[in-house]
Design a binder for this molecule. Structure first.
Ligand code: KIV
Length: 262
């Protein structure tokens, strides 16, 4: 598949929905690249791969390590790197850390959580040559401050505030925005209120594309399956069965057999 650019991504507004999926390493990135338009190196890796209860302890060094690996596995796919919690507390730290992503990896863009409150920061990054993906609605990095993962857009006030967030992020120069955990009808209104693509996760079908965390949609992450996740395979069961078969073979000395020796 031909690598998308910011221009070709933006042309997909209201067109064929954009397919985004998270990737954390070269191995899976190479597999996903055949069908995905955009790979997101999400800080969700801190949970599924790092074994942590939330995304907050992910570091800049870790994100850069994983982003570089994803880019190696999928050099012909547009890659967005998540900026981890605490890496964009002001415009100076945001630019310093975003520049690290560009200098130390070939990633195409960075993602920042937050709405109108982050508009100045997004403006500063885009003015300095960084392509920014916004992230509004349910913000995983706010889980401790908000006391849990809370679906947004349940009242008209929240709906108007989400529309204002998306518009502020667009005006600040973001080329795309992720909307997470928002009532479907409100997410549709948000998508209709801006001219940049709005990519939904748990936000219904009225947006310009979808993103899923790959370990969720492949059924690999067992601790919790969010309601909005469709599992396209039962990865956990398949992996466990394969490893059990291997263990049985080893114990019975049926592996390696004559086909698997030098
Ligand atoms: O970290 C991540 O995987 C994300 C998605 C939930 C959009 O930000």
């Amino acid at each position: 598949m031909k690598k998308l650019t910011i221009g070709s991504i933006q042309k997909r507004k209201s067109g064929v929905p954009l397919v985004m999926i998270t990737a954390y390493d070269a191995l899976f990135a190479r597999l996903f690249a055949e069908s995905a338009d955009i790979l997101l190196v999400g800080d969700s890796l801190n949970m599924s791969f790092g074994g942590n209860p939330d995304t907050l302890s992910a570091t800049m060094d870790q994100m850069i390590y994983h982003t570089a690996a994803v880019c190696k596995g999928a050099s012909e796919t547009f890659v967005i790197a998540d900026m981890p919690f605490g890496s964009y507390i002001d415009t100076t730290s945001a630019l310093t850390n975003a520049m690290r992503v560009y200098r130390e990896t070939p990633a195409d863009a960075v993602k920042i959580e937050g709405g109108a409150d982050k508009a100045d920061l997004v403006r500063h990054l885009t003015a300095n040559g960084i392509a920014v993906c916004g992230h509004i609605g349910l913000l995983p990095q706010a889980v401790r401050a908000e006391g849990g993962y809370k679906v947004k857009g349940k009242s008209e006030d929240e709906a108007l505030s989400l529309i204002a967030d998306a518009q502020a992020i667009e005006q600040a120069g973001a080329f795309i925005v992720v909307i997470e955990g928002v009532k479907a009808d409100v997410a549709t209104r948000v998508a209709q209120s801006v001219s940049i693509p709005v990519i939904g996760i748990g936000a219904g079908n009225g947006v310009d594309g979808q993103v899923l965390v790959f370990s969720d949609m492949l059924g690999l992450y067992e601790p919790f399956v969010p309601k909005f996740v469709k599992q396209y395979m039962n990865g956990a069961a398949l992996v466990k069965e394969a490893v059990k078969n291997y263990a049985d073979d080893v114990k019975q000395r049926s592996f390696p057999d004559e086909n698997h020796v030098y």
